[in-house]
Design a protein around this ligand. Structure first.
Ligand code: AMP
Ligand code: GLY
Length: 420
């Protein structure tokens, strides 16, 4: 089978490796991929927003299935576009992708279907927002409506922070803002909950906890994710059932009401308060680095699962998992998430020996003259799977020490809530 994966992060390397493991005879392409995917797939230099060129490549290379990794092309309608040419794609269409593409769409959707979420208000301009801020309680959460790579969310402890947030959002920092979203601050513990759906059937696809802040102890600026572990320590049968009944089922039903369905990975970002789940946000894809953490736990052949999903036959699949714990540490470029240098060689990678259940997934890397150099803020994902989180973290850190990349830094405390 010929499989095309769109994206260039650690998530896409993890998906590519799982596809390769499915059968060596699968031919895998990545657009654009990274230095890691290059060793198991053919990287194709195309822009992920150039749908025409991607479609031509798919048709000329006779690609059988396409897997979309990141949110932007999904929100921009790549699935609808490719489906028009009878190309088989794993990912939600544009209508369903509004769940991630518009936070206000999702809040209104939650209200309509009684899905537990933070109380909220939508305001149209600075004067309306300021008027509300003059009399509300703090902290308050302020969000830009559209995609903002995790940056359009402000947790405001005081009125003056909230006013700055509104000014930045309405001045267009995250694209043209016609609305702004205010939310009640929810105080609980976060959990990422995943399902895979073919539009008719869905299965749980694991849970995880990621560490979004750059500094140890979950302090400092927000990032794309500094590490993750799976399963979440909060997961149990009772909570899973509540999440399915109160959040996932009404969402999938709501999508049917607007005449669409969800095909792909659905990622619910939850806040758990006194064992009750509240939806913070939806993502219409796997998380990164949650994907790198969860995929190594999947026992069932990923290509079979995805193929069944595309053909609406997920029901025929028996999804099986390793009971192990999995932990991922992200090795970043010094300076991330602010300014950082690119093109710094990572020398020792070829000297690293990986045992079974140990993985190095590339993210911001590329190959120049046979050397692997950094090409982004999050550079490598070191993932270990075993029966014990502590052992995983120690092993991951020892591998990072062996890589000994002098432009890198990482959090040594990933998983502290399940380890200490
Ligand atoms: P998001 O980009 O929506 O995932 O938000 C980024 C982070 O902000 C989340 O992972 C939460 O830690 C936090 N956050 C978002 N909304 C709320 C809320 N209503 N209450 C508390 N924390 C929130
Ligand atoms: N790890 C957070 C995300 O993928 O959005």
């Amino acid at each position: 089978m010929k499989i095309l994966i769109i994206g260039s992060g650690g998530r896409e390397h993890a998906l590519a490796l799982a596809c390769k493991k499915s059968s060596n005879s699968h031919q895998i392409f990545c657009i654009p991929g990274n230095a890691g995917t290059e060793s198991i797939a053919k990287n194709v230099k195309l822009e992920i927003n150039d749908f025409d060129k991607i479609r031509k490549f798919i048709q000329e290379s006779k690609v059988d299935i396409v897997i979309i990794g990141p949110e932007q092309p999904l929100v921009d309608g790549i699935v609808d576009y490719l489906n028009k040419f009878n190309i088989k794609v794993f990912g939600p269409n544009q209508k369903a992708s509004q769940l991630e593409g518009s936070k206000i769409f999702t809040k209104n959707f939650c209200k309509k279907y009684n899905i537990p979420t933070a109380n909220f208000g939508v305001f149209k301009n600075l004067s309306e927002s300021n008027k509300f801020l003059d009399s509300c309680n703090f902290p308050i959460v302020i969000k830009a409506d559209g995609l903002a790579s995790g940056k359009g969310v402000y947790i405001c402890k005081e009125r003056k922070d909230a006013k700055v947030a509104c000014e930045e959002i309405f001045s267009g920092k995250f694209g043209k803002a016609e609305n702004i979203l205010f939310e009640e601050f929810l105080d609980g513990e976060e959990m990422s909950f995943f399902v895979i759906s073919d539009g008719e059937t869905f299965y749980n696809f694991g849970t995880a906890q990621d560490h979004k802040r750059v500094l140890e102890g979950d302090k400092g600026k927000n990032t794309g994710g500094m590490g993750a572990y799976s399963p979440s320590r909060l997961e149990d049968k009772k909570l899973n059932n509540k999440i399915i009944n109160k959040i996932i089922n009404p969402t999938l039903k709501g999508l049917k009401d607007i005449d669409t369905k969800f095909i792909g990975f659905l990622y619910a970002g939850l806040m758990i308060i006194n064992n009750e789940p509240y939806l913070i946000e939806y993502n219409v894809r796997m998380g990164d680095p949650e994907c790198q953490t969860i995929i190594p736990k999947l026992k069932t052949d990923l290509v079979e699962v995805i193929n069944a999903c595309i053909n609406k036959k997920l029901k025929s699949i028996n999804l099986e998992w390793y009971e192990d714990k999995s932990l991922c540490i992200v090795l970043c470029s010094m300076g991330y998430p602010d300014e950082y240098k690119k093109n710094i060689e990572i020398k020792n990678l070829d000297k690293i020996h990986l045992a079974n259940n140990e993985y190095i997934f590339h993210a911001g890397t590329k190959k120049i003259n046979n050397k692997i150099v950094s090409n982004g803020g999050r550079v490598l994902n070191i993932v270990i799977r075993s029966e014990n989180f502590k052992k995983n973290r120690e092993k991951a850190i020892s591998l990072i020490n062996k890589i000994n990349w002098d432009n890198g830094f990482f959090r040594k405390d990933i998983g502290y809530k399940v380890i200490n």
